[in-house]
Design a protein around this ligand. Structure first.
Ligand SMILES: [Zn+2]
Ligand SMILES: [Zn+2]
Length: 361
């Protein structure tokens, strides 16, 4: 499927403009001319969940790669269908295309951390990895380029009504005779022993959830994305393609309904805690919870990250840096040599201590 790409041209020199995290505006990559982005009302509308499911159901199926022709050099190249923003493979000009989904991002968090700042965060984090292999530390202290990427997120609101049954445990004490040995002689004593009295309970709790944030991309490990949260959604601005210029961007690959299943998991943790306090007593058992979800609303948003990948011993290590807060997450390779060295030092200290102890008297 063919897609027209757009880019933003500098009014001064004709080069392309990219979003500058440092200035919070568009900036020419060649002559540094600044072009402000009009910032309208930042209020983002939330949409009815079932309307969203209808939109998804009726959207045309576009699974083919996007065929993009560069507006600058005319070269054409392909990207995966969910890529919203990329760069021309020939001349490096930003290429921003239309969405293939019916539900499109209406708001985003702009990049705040520059690549330089993101690298500093990463280096500090790497530096704190005591047992990381030296080659790995060296690589990340070098001139490696990070990739700036917008990843999709969902936000859900819902009110819940849960009916439960379970048991309430109340502690009581009984006095028991216990045999003890005192100075080699057998004696009997009265001791207090805790017991729990369980009584069946049922009830209901109602809660209202606001802005549960769920990662909307299947291209990165979910756990890794969660590790760089939280996000400050107070910084959301209206979606504008200008913010994507110079960065990669993906639209969602986790469908609206699956995203809501993840949101249910999150809500169920809060619901269970609320049920426990509703049951009261000293201990609680929950046997059944039946939750009804009402007034479900959703938002589709883009959040900014910097990423780096490092290959070491046939394994790929991926790092994410939250480009709003600077939080870093990734897999940690361990240096067997460094760990062995430390173990050797500890063992030799122990050996010396034993030797000293044996030869003291
Ligand atoms: Zn320019
Ligand atoms: Zn080009």
């Amino acid at each position: 499927m063919k897609f027209e790409a757009i880019n933003f041209t500098c009014p001064n020199c004709g080069g392309y403009m990219i979003f500058s995290p440092k200035d919070g505006e568009m900036k020419c990559d060649f002559c540094d001319t600044i072009d402000p982005i009009e910032k309208g009302d930042s209020e983002t509308r939330e949409h009815d969940y079932y309307d969203g499911l209808d939109l998804e159901e009726n959207q045309p199926q576009l699974s083919d790669d996007k065929e993009i022709s560069c507006p600058k050099c005319g070269g054409s190249f392909t990207t995966q269908p969910h890529i919203l923003s990329s760069h021309c493979h020939y001349c490096g000009t930003p290429t921003i295309t239309k969405s293939i989904r019916s539900i499109t991002p209406e708001s985003l968090l702009p990049f705040i951390l520059t690549q330089k700042e993101a690298k500093e965060r990463l280096h500090r984090w790497i530096g704190s990895l005591w047992f990381a292999p030296t080659v790995f530390i060296k690589y990340f202290r070098g001139d490696e380029e990070l990739q700036g990427l917008y990843i999709p997120h969902w936000s859900y609101d819902s009110s819940t009504h849960s009916i439960y049954n379970g048991e309430r445990g109340d502690t009581y004490y009984v006095t028991v005779r216990q045999r003890v040995m005192v100075n080699g002689k057998e004696e009997f004593r009265n001791v207090q022993e805790a017991r729990i009295n369980w009584t069946p309970v049922d009830g209901s709790v109602s809660l209202a959830f606001d802005d549960i944030i769920i990662g909307g991309c299947e291209t990165l490990p979910r756990a890794l994305i969660e590790s760089i949260s939280p996000w400050n959604v107070g910084g959301l601005v209206h979606f504008d393609q200008r913010y994507l210029s110079g960065f990669e961007a993906e639209e969602y690959s986790t469908p609206l309904e699956r995203g809501f299943e993840y949101a249910k998991d999150e809500m169920s943790r809060t619901i269970r805690n609320r049920i426990k306090s509703d049951i009261g007593g000293d201990e609680q058992r929950i046997h059944n919870v039946n939750t009804q979800y009402d007034d479900i609303l959703y938002k589709n948003m883009l959040f900014p990250i910097w990423t780096a990948t490092f290959k070491w011993k046939d394994k790929s290590y991926r790092y994410l840096i939250n480009a709003q807060t600077g939080r870093v997450a990734g897999d940690r390779p361990y240096s067997v040599a460094k760990i062995a060295f430390l173990v050797a030092i500890i063992l030799s200290i122990l050996a010396a201590a034993i030797y000293y102890d044996q030869n003291r008297g």
